[in-house]
Design a protein. Sequence first.
Length: 631
Amino acid sequence: MKKWYGGVLIASLFMLLILRYGLMKNPIGESYLKSLISPNASNPLEWVRAAASPAVQNPENSSQVIPTDTIVFGLFAWRNISKEEQRSLQTWNLLKDLINHAQVFSNGVEAIKGAGNAWNNLMLSVEEEKRGFTNDSLARRAKEKQCPHFLNKINATVLDNGGFKLQVPCGLTQGSSITIIGIPNGLLGNFQIDLTGEPLPGEPDPPIILHYNVRLHGDKITENPVIVQNTWTIAHDWGDEERCPSPSPEKNIKVDELDQCNKLVGKDDNRSMHFSNSRRSSMAQEGFKTRRYFPFNQGSLFVATLRVGTEGIQTTVDGKHITSFAYRETLEPWLVNEVRISGDMNLISVLASGLPTSEDSEHTIDLELLKSTPLTLHKPVDLFIGVFSTANNFKRRMAVRRTWMQYPSVRSGTVAVRFFVGLHKNQIVNGELWNEARTYGDIQLMPFVDYYSLITWKTLAICIFGTKVVSAKFVMKTDDDAFVRVDEVLTSLNRIHVTSGLLYGLINSDSKPHRNPDSKWYISPEEWPEETYPPWAHGPGYVVSRDVAKEVYKRYKKGRLKMFKLEDVAMGIWIAAMKKDGLEVRYEKEERVYNVGCKDGYVVAHYQGPREMLCLWQKLQEGNVARCCGD
């Protein structure tokens, strides 16, 4: 027995030495240890795991096993934040089991690890702010946190080996554009434009979200001029090249309804078409080379604009659309941190416009009217609306606050609205987001970095908020570029008079998974083996009854919820599973939910920018008629 006690004592001393060493190496660990013994059980950030967490296999490196506690370390450590600040974290702790499901999505572990770094940096910044600064320090930090609407560099320069770099402090958003004016020069006239993201800690090179490579004299594949588009990450190296002109024109897909490569590129130039067939034949015999159209030419001035669309980045040259590049997984435009230009070019100017910028609340006249109505925990509401948004979509959220969130039912608290936003890799963006959340009280932060393929986690969070934080009769999901006629949604739900098993929206009852690997919505047979999907409602606006939302959370906790990357289809899959288990389901189709654009009489209008949102609201105020706004 004495030997046994002696062994325990030695082991305990050994563990204490390890813990002390860990704290010396990482002082932040002290707050983590405090969280494990914190008496404040009501703190929404507190997460005490009674048993050792399972290890998560990193899908990018099968030989590396990452302990779960290490990944979530920074996310769930105890933090000294106010009750007002905690309002933005009401679903945070309820999503703690996401790490156990992270492997389902190829970038799930990466998103949670990235959020851990981002959250630690944000909280350190918040703690510094609370300790106070000198006036000079405050002014400097305020300036550093600004997200400018546009950036302009006008200075004719010949690019050296280092090239040209333009910092984009708060990323890009839909409608943002980068315009470059230059002249290809030098021996070859080749040049590259790279949109790069935030470099990961410990990694020397940042990910390339778009590599736009102009080769005026061709390459190993072709002798003709070509544009090559691609992406690069340290984990996956270069992706699949997209070439313009394409060696396989029949595979010229559409991105935002525009060709991946303009069909004119590489074709005979129109200027040679006025010659007769005999004249062209004579010219060919004499050794004349037919001129082919290419948007860039050595020694010729060009104006190229890269514009951020819904599905990808569109490039125009001298006013003509040339290429489209669909976003790739984990390489979304809001993560862009820098524009890099290199190669043989005389660069005349670079203009970045339409950049995301936050509203200065100190100069907002109607600030009190824009703040959310405080909610009492578990206070019954008729409808809870969860809005998908990304961190730097400041203007979209402000447009929603100024328009359909001003409905009397929302202002009175009968309807509650919250934005569900993942963390950003950029510290400036997270700082702006945190200030916005504190000011308006309508943001729910998610413990993961925002990637498009992880939006199903937000659907889960909306169901959690609508049933665990507030007790809503109905739960609705929408997007920050959707205009929702809240009054008409309530009227429709009252007319339907169904309080259980309901899915209301634009129902799709006969859709099939996309099996083309080039498709943005590609679904492999492993992800969904069946020929068709069960009925589901399009994402811009659908409603489920309380029992459905509650069952979603219940199944998630039990590990019985199938995680599927298309969130609106996922809800249909979940409801179908409930139906199989005996739930009586009512599918209520609403044709006035418009998945793309707007039509008069709408209940939900999608793809509406901030100006369109304000216009739609003004039309409703003027005549109480749901009329769309013209171009």
